[in-house]
Design a protein around this ligand. Structure first.
Ligand code: HEC
Length: 203
């Protein structure tokens, strides 16, 4: 009897461990929406793990630039700084894997999501609406490997440039530099966008 239990336990462990040996494959964005979230989650996925600290490094460096610019020159001037630094950071932190940010309401139109990335944002939003947890996900398409990590608004600072009550000075700077800006009107704890690492499977 005891042996049976041990076998069962080992069997379960094997299932648990093998689950993340392979990143799930999504043939198309609709298929991605139908994958169970636990299978999509990057948690415990060894292939995805190295990208999470790279997102953190990107974020830390960007925040440092942003807070310094706000302190030294004010929020409106910091927008100009961000416009230069943000693409620089993308270049700096990318290698074979491109590292960048996306949003379904982008400020920089280059940050519009592709269909797979849009599907991830949709999936997270549905989970947030029903009070479920969200977190980084990893998957493969026919051509690429993706790790996508949510960016949720957690600091008051962000609302100076993305919130509902934006100073007129900041508003006019945004209108000047980002005429197609869609990234205002947010509240705390809302999903602002995501970090993406995308690597071609054909390299
Ligand atoms: C000083 C104004 C300012 C502040 C404060 C600010 N942002 Fe932004 N944010 C910008 C600008 C400008 C861009 C567009 C950068 C570019 O051109 O690539 C941007 C872009 C982004 C993007 C990429 C998607 C897009 O819309 O282009 C995300 C995600 C983002 N911000 C999140 C945040 C978060 C989270 C905070 C708080 C930690 C924050 N921002 C604080 C000005 C700001």
């Amino acid at each position: 009897m005891q042996k049976l239990w041990i076998c069962l336990l080992l069997g379960l462990l094997a299932i648990q461990c093998s689950k993340k040996d392979q990143t799930v494959v999504a043939a198309n964005p609709n298929a991605l929406l139908n994958i169970e979230f636990a299978a999509l989650s990057a948690e415990g996925n060894e292939e995805a793990a190295p990208y999470i600290p790279r997102f953190e490094a990107f974020k830390t460096e960007l925040m440092k630039n942003l807070t310094e610019a706000i302190q030294n020159d004010g929020t409106a001037a910091a927008i100009e700084r961000c416009k230069i630094v943000s693409p620089e950071m993308e270049k700096k932190h990318s290698d074979k894997a491109r590292i960048y940010r996306i949003s379904d309401r982008p400020r920089n139109p280059n940050h519009s999501p592709n269909e797979f990335e849009a599907a991830v944002l949709k999936l997270w939003k549905a989970r947030l609406d029903s009070g479920e947890k969200i977190g980084p996900v990893a998957f493969k398409t026919a051509s690429d490997f993706y790790v996508v990590a949510p960016i949720v608004l957690k600091a008051d600072l962000c609302l100076q440039c993305h919130g509902k009550n934006i100073s007129t000075e900041v508003q006019s700077k945004l209108a000047e530099l980002y005429p197609e800006d869609r990234a205002t009107g947010y509240s705390m704890r809302e999903l602002r966008g995501a970090f993406v690492a995308r690597k071609s499977l054909n390299d």
